[in-house]
Design a protein around this ligand. Structure first.
Ligand code: BGC
Length: 793
């Protein structure tokens, strides 16, 4: 193998190596002559040496499951490669780059043929759980660990984080995503990006944009108003791009307003690159879209996995070669797109031919995975201080989910971890558990579990029905044990949506039956009942929550699931997570309940169009503006201690003085008024003047979390709201606008602000931020409501 130095001029190589080795790879460097050599300049030099045919090979991946051109290593089980190029005559040695999924960790094969080594990766909590920590420092640490693992295993780009908006609880991939709110999604994605990229590995934020359902995901056309796109679906991506410059971004499968996102010039070039200043590479989702040519012309630089698109049937490289010959794909476009890709490739470990250590610190990452799970779980109910349990209590553990514990979802979001600690083992390690019940469940599980793969053939799943318990068995436990813990789980994954039926959104008859019988028996003995929800997202809680005393929402906690849950139950960790999504009273209350998952407009038996009739009224924006009671509001979460809020104030406001770059700064003092140490998350909700555009009653504009506060201790939390986050999108005039007038800011522990006295600040004159004219326009004939909901034709 030729060394990199024999093929590049030394000055460029030195700069490239410096760039690749430095954690702060984005910073510019200096060559021998003192001239700044940016990655883009170096990439331009490399690409300009390539023939057009060679440049085209960079734009198209090598095909699923094959090594890329000039692949110096194979990492089995990754999602793909970016082709490299070795051309000694022209002085080019660009190694292929390795791409691996996400988002709950690194997804590679754990074993390899003819190799006794193992390549397990750490399964971290899923995105929804991580976001429930509202702790950007913690998420950044998780990102660092993922980046370290990626680097150790020879991975250059991580295909994550996923940051789509959880528009509707039934989206099958919601677990991979963070929140129903774009500020939370944007901040958590930015934190994870910072962590990963600090290790010299790139992220790929995805799926750009509006992958909010999985039904007919490769073709569904999401009809979304420009206002809803800007304020809800694009906004988190914008923030992440502008604040941390992800190396890569993945377009989604779906269409928006008639065009595949990967073929949407408005979206990728006008908005992402030109308005937001995105500097990274844009790749397609796997086999997305129907025209390689349109993708390249739209600015979707890299087609993945490449080869023959199994959906469109195009042999993509030859399609592009022919388009170049025919003049429909220009040298300029080919060159620009190739430079976007190579600019990022030369930052990677593969570029400096780093040999994978294959020995990440899995023990340290397991500890971090557990910590992240514990810091993020949400205590939904805790009547009469049922939790924490104390060590002398005997736990009667019910529910087959204690064995079918789900560490994460299925599909590309799955991670091959060495172990998953199930709830039964977690409880047994922390408490004395009822051994009769333990035997009953473990025997039932080993005799009745079935094994299957998910619909994409990626994940192995173990299923098992609930055993039928007799009244005597339950009554015996109620008499003998101190407390009942009932575990319920759900699975969800890529490729299909959830349903609002029993056994999915609703509890199954067996589960309802188990909860009511166990509760009755334990309550008859004066004993408490705790429910653990090991679920991918929102499920019904309203119909059964009054039967039980405590509910811990564990979501999908990653490989240390059982331990993390048991440690919360035992009070080793005081829960401090809060919901990043609303739990409605009923699925029919969800603003998109009627329009999800779309309609079959041409009567061919397939859903093809999804009219986003809810506009900007997604999640709490809708419930709070329409006085719809919910089961648990957005940002709700209990603690084993209590906190008081005092001295809310506006510290500084220069919005009126400084065009779009100003900010409002606020603070509040939080005091731990209870008996145990804990952390508190506070949010700022802003009610904007209702002049001009119709707005939600209030919207989240900032959040912050305390460090661990001992009883009696306090901390002042600061909040910064940049001017651009105060703006609403005025689609008629293609601009963001911050209305003038008086704003109320509620510094609150949850989105229920009914008990909070607001502080106020003024904006003296409207502030306007222009955008691309008519970008992402709706198809003709579609009208829009005052809050950006499209009216179904
Ligand atoms: C998913 C992406 C994933 C890719 C590669 C696709 O099916 O939608 O999220 O990164 O596969 O595995």
């Amino acid at each position: 193998m030729k060394s990199v130095t024999s093929l590049f001029p030394l000055s460029a190589v030195a700069a490239a190596l410096a760039l690749a080795c430095s954690p702060a790879v984005i910073a510019a460097h200096h060559s021998d002559h003192g001239q700044k050599v940016t990655p883009e300049m170096l990439a331009t030099q490399i690409v300009k040496k390539m023939s057009i045919t060679q440049r085209l090979t960079i734009l198209v991946g090598p095909g699923y499951g094959y090594d890329g051109n000039n692949a110096l290593k194979t990492v089995e089980g990754t999602a793909g490669y970016i082709n490299g190029l070795a051309d000694e005559d022209n002085g080019i040695n660009l190694p292929a780059a390795v791409l691996s999924d996400g988002p709950a960790g690194i997804r590679i094969d754990p074993t390899r043929d003819d190799d006794s080594g193992t390549y397990y990766a750490t399964a971290f909590p899923v995105g929804t759980l991580l976001a429930s920590s509202w702790d950007t420092a913690l998420v950044e640490k998780v990102g660092e660990a993922v980046g370290e693992e990626a680097r150790a295993y020879g991975v250059d780009f991580w295909l994550a984080p996923g940051m789509n908006i959880q528009r509707n609880p039934l989206n099958g991939r919601n677990f991979e995503y963070f929140s129903e709110d774009p500020l939370v999604a944007g901040k958590i994605a930015a934190a994870e990006t910072l962590g990963v990229q600090s290790q010299g590995v790139g992220v790929t934020i995805k799926h750009f944009v509006a992958n909010n359902s999985e039904t007919n995901r490769m073709n569904v056309d999401n009809i979304i108003s420009p206002r809803a796109l800007r304020e809800i679906y694009l906004r988190g991506f914008k923030d992440t791009v502008e604040t941390v410059q992800p190396w890569a971004l993945m377009t989604s499968y779906n269409k928006v307003n008639g065009t595949y996102t990967s073929q949407h010039h408005d979206l990728i070039t006008d908005i992402l690159r030109n308005e937001w200043g995105f500097k990274g590479l844009v790749m397609s989702d796997w086999y997305a879209g129907d025209s390689a040519l349109d993708q390249e012309n739209a600015g979707n630089d890299l087609l993945q996995p490449g080869g023959t698109n199994s959906v469109s049937g195009e042999e993509q490289l030859s399609v592009l070669e022919k388009a170049y010959s025919a003049g429909t794909l220009t040298e300029k476009t080919i060159t620009e797109n190739a430079i976007h890709i190579v600019t990022q490739m030369i930052k990677t470990p593969s570029f400096i031919q780093e040999t994978p250590s294959n020995s990440p610190d899995l023990d340290a990452h397991a500890t971090l995975s557990k910590q992240a799970a514990e810091e993020s779980m949400v205590l939904l109910k805790n009547d009469a201080s049922t939790l924490p349990l104390y060590s002398g209590q005997t736990v009667a553990s019910f529910g087959i989910a204690q064995y079918t514990t789900r560490k994460g979802g299925t599909g590309s979001g799955d991670v091959h971890s060495e172990h998953t600690i199930n709830i039964a083992d977690g409880l047994a390690a922390e408490f004395t558990v009822d051994s009769t019940l333990e035997d009953l469940y473990s025997t039932w599980y080993s005799e009745n579990r079935t094994e299957d793969t998910d619909s994409l053939g990626i994940s192995t799943i173990y299923y098992c029905d609930e055993p039928e318990l007799s009244d005597d068995q339950i009554t015996r436990a109620a008499k003998t044990d101190s407390v009942a813990v009932i575990s319920l789980s759900r699975l969800s994954g890529e490729g299909s949506d959830r349903t609002d039926t029993e056994g999915d959104y609703l509890l199954s008859t067996n589960e309802t039956d188990l909860i009511s019988r166990v509760s009755e028996a334990f309550h008859a003995q004066g004993k408490k009942v705790v429910v653990i929800l090991n679920v991918p997202g929102v499920i019904d809680t309203e119909s059964w929550k009054s039967d039980v005393d405590s509910i811990l929402l564990a979501y999908m906690p990653g490989q240390e699931a059982g331990t993390a849950i048991a440690e919360i139950l035992a009070g080793v960790t005081n829960p401090s997570g809060k919901l990043a999504q609303t739990f409605p009273k009923s699925y029919s209350d969800v603003p998109s309940a009627d329009s999800f998952d779309g309609v079959d407009t041409d009567d061919d038996g397939t859903i093809d169009t999804n009219y986003y009739d809810d506009g900007i009224m997604v999640g709490y924006r809708y419930y709070s503006s329409n006085d719809v009671d919910v089961s648990y509001p957005f940002a709700y979460g209990l603690s084993y201690t209590n906190f008081s809020y005092s001295h809310p104030r506006v510290v500084n406001n220069n919005v009126s003085q400084s065009k779009e770059n100003g900010s409002v700064e606020l603070s509040v003092t939080i005091t731990n008024t209870g008996n145990v140490a804990g952390k508190e998350i506070a949010e700022v909700y802003v009610a904007a003047p209702q002049n001009g555009l119709t707005k939600p009653n209030y919207e989240l504009k900032a959040f912050n979390k305390t460090h661990t506060l001992q009883p009696g201790r306090r901390q002042t939390l600061d909040f910064v709201i940049p001017t651009r986050w105060l703006a609403s999108f005025d689609a008629a005039n293609n601009q963001w606008i911050v209305a003038s007038g008086s704003y109320k800011a509620y510094i609150s522990p949850s989105s229920d602000i009914s008990q909070i006295t607001p502080v106020t600040f003024r904006v003296n004159r409207p502030i306007v931020i222009p955008t691309t004219a008519n970008a992402m326009a709706l198809p003709s004939g579609i009208s829009v409501t005052a809050t950006g909901g499209v009216v179904t034709p």
